[in-house]
Write a protein that binds this ligand. Structure first.
Ligand code: MF3
Ligand code: CO
Ligand code: CO
Length: 264
């Protein structure tokens, strides 16, 4: 029998109205951490100090849980990924210096639900090539989000992101991807940032997932450092990433990790 519309895998849950309200709260809190930390991202501060400020804000001000802390053994409350670090950088004694670009990735748990968002920060004026890959990664995120609507397929979104990155002479990291999110930090579906048009899961209202393209200025290949977390580009080229948590609505999408009044 011809299957007209691909069936949603059982592992992908549709959120109820009540769960969506909780996801909105968690998403807003994650973004508020990024807005809080922005003025602190300056020459001379260590990524440990950034971690501490975010941890204390989440725990004491927001009464939220920093999701990364002890997640599969991750030792800190945020991920800090400078320059050629692709993702999952562990905060430490490294001081930010003029010309660095830095991804800060925040995930909070509030009332049992997760909000996950990240963005690039510049310290001083980075080299043009670094600024460019940050801009391209942001454009890739926007292109991906702009395609979210019921009936759209994940392969089309991945393909559009990949096409833009490669047209700008950048590359897309394959080993890490966006993800369903809700009660769990990482759920199905996997949201690849490359792909084949007309393939993959078909979106339905009530799905919540992240889009978080990791875009390299050089080749796409990455390696994992011996700490078991830090992912770097093999060729040591600059890597950039931006992330939002999105909800599929009846007509399109809602970005759960923007503050009221903010737009992409
Ligand atoms: N926040 C990351 C993501 O976007 C995951 C970090 S996992 C951690 O999926 F353990 F490193 F925190
Ligand atoms: Co994520
Ligand atoms: Co994240």
């Amino acid at each position: 029998m011809f299957q007209k519309s691909p069936k949603r895998p059982m592992s992908i849950t549709l959120k109820t109205a009540d769960e969506i309200d909780k996801m909105r709260v968690a998403g807003r809190l994650a973004t508020e951490v990024l807005r809080m930390i922005r003025p602190h991202v300056r020459e001379g501060i260590t990524t440990d100090e950034l971690d501490r400020l975010c941890h204390d804000y989440m725990v004491n001000v927001q009464q939220a849980i920093p999701a990364p802390l002890n997640y599969r053994g991750f030792p800190k409350s945020i991920c800090t990924s400078p320059n050629h670090v692709v993702c999952h950088g562990i905060p430490g004694p490294r001081k930010l210096k003029k010309g660095d670009v830095l991804n800060i990735d925040i995930t909070v748990i509030k009332d049992g639900y997760h909000g996950d968002t990240s963005q690039m920060f510049a310290v001083g004026t980075p080299p043009l090539a670094a600024q460019r890959v940050c801009q391209v990664a942001y454009e890739c995120l926007c292109i991906g989000i702009g395609m979210v609507r019921p009936g759209q397929r994940l392969g089309d979104i991945g393909h559009a992101i990949q096409r833009h990155a490669e047209a700008q002479h950048c590359s897309v990291v394959r080993e890490y991807c966006g993800h369903g999110i809700g009660r769990n930090f990482h759920e199905d579906p996997q949201v690849l940032h490359y792909g084949t048009p007309g393939t993959g899961v078909e979106l339905e209202p009530g799905m919540t997932f992240t889009i978080e393209p990791m875009i390299n200025a050089g080749k796409r290949h990455v390696k994992l450092l011996p700490d078991g977390w830090t992912v770097v580009t093999k060729d040591h080229s600059i890597s950039a990433q931006w992330e939002h948590t999105v909800l599929v609505t009846a007509t399109g999408y809602e970005i759960l990790t923007l503050l009221p009044g903010e737009t992409l």
